[in-house]
Design a protein around this ligand. Structure first.
Ligand code: C2E
Ligand code: MG
Ligand code: MG
Ligand code: MG
Length: 283
């Protein structure tokens, strides 16, 4: 009986391994045509400040493929990274986002902060900053209205390269946000040396903050560390009024999550701004 059980477990393991291995190969192949076939597009999730006004948006990529259907970025960005496709996709994300955001700002006659996720490979690519600056200029946006979101994973790379590049980016007025803070490779001594404007508290802390004292303490400590380093604190994945109220009481500056809005297509973002321009989203 035991050996039969081990055998069937092994088979299950092989099956799921093959499935994800094959799936990644299909993703890799399909991804090669995705940009040229116009299968990728962007959605924008509003970020709200502590007085309830819209601070800005985070741009999030979406992929609809004929065979695979809608593939979440968590699944295909890592494949793009390892299969050498991130540069092309990264350029698409930057150009498309800045062009659409310029349209939104022109139509509404306002400016707001635009956050773009930059993957590790994208950041490490020679010429990343040059392309980014050119794209901002082509879109006729202000450099200070742009934020890049990096993750703690970036810190595993050569810090002698990363640190001066981050300083240079900051020197252009572009803001730097540390995404998913508290989930990755973090060192407080490193955090102190980085030119970071904003810490994004990961959704996993927010998820349990109402029920768990431990999560509350963790979040309070993250906020204290960030504030001491003169950083803004954004809570991500806020889904309820209770979470929002608690995070605000703890001193969070900015909030993002389904409680305020899901990520929106450009036209829906315009409507969101029009409906909320004068109204407050939290009290
Ligand atoms: P992230 O940058 O931490 O983005 C936040 C994720 O949480 C997004 O998922 C967003 O849709 C989701 N989210 C926001 N509020 C809520 C909420 O209240 N509840 C729940 N359940 N989820 C919420 P998404 O769009 O699937 O993106 C997942 C990850 O994929 C992102 O995490 C980011 O790491 C990556 N990603 C997405 N777009 C891009 C992109 O344009 N470039 C790069 N390099 N990575 C991207
Ligand atoms: Mg992000
Ligand atoms: Mg995040
Ligand atoms: Mg995340």
């Amino acid at each position: 009986y035991e050996s039969k059980k081990i055998k069937s477990n092994a088979k299950l393991f092989v099956n799921s391994m093959e499935e994800s291995y094959l799936m990644n190969i299909i993703i890799e192949q399909e991804l090669k045509k995705a940009v040229d076939n116009h299968e990728l597009f962007m959605v924008y999730q509003p970020q709200i400040d502590a007085s309830g006004y819209i601070h800005g948006i985070e741009a999030l990529v979406r992929w609809n493929n004929a065979i695979l259907g809608s593939v979440p970025p968590d699944k295909f960005i890592p494949v793009a990274e390892t299969s050498g496709q991130m540069l092309k996709i990264g350029h698409f994300i930057i150009d498309y986002t800045l062009r659409e955001i310029k349209e939104v700002q022109k139509i509404l006659n306002i400016t707001f902060q635009t956050s773009i996720n930059i993957s590790v490979r994208q950041f490490m690519e020679v010429g990343f900053l040059t392309h980014f600056l050119n794209a901002i200029e082509s879109a006729e946006l202000y450099q200070v209205s742009i934020t890049i979101e990096i993750t703690e994973n970036l810190l595993i790379e050569d810090i002698q390269y990363i640190l001066p590049l981050l300083e240079e980016i900051r020197g252009y007025g572009i803001q730097i946000s540390m995404d998913d803070f508290g989930t990755g490779y973090s060192s407080l001594s490193m955090l102190r040396r980085l030119p970071i404007d904003e810490l994004k508290i990961d959704k996993s802390f927010v998820d349990t903050i109402v029920e768990e004292i431990a999560a509350q303490k963790m979040v309070q400590n993250i906020i204290a560390i960030g504030k001491n380093l003169n950083m803004h604190i954004l809570a991500e994945g806020v889904e309820t009024k209770e979470q929002s109220a608690l995070l605000k009481a703890f001193g969070c500056d900015r909030f993002q999550g389904y409680y305020f809005s899901k990520p929106l297509l450009k036209d829906d973002l315009i409507s969101f701004f029009q409906n909320h321009e004068k109204g407050q989203l939290i009290s």
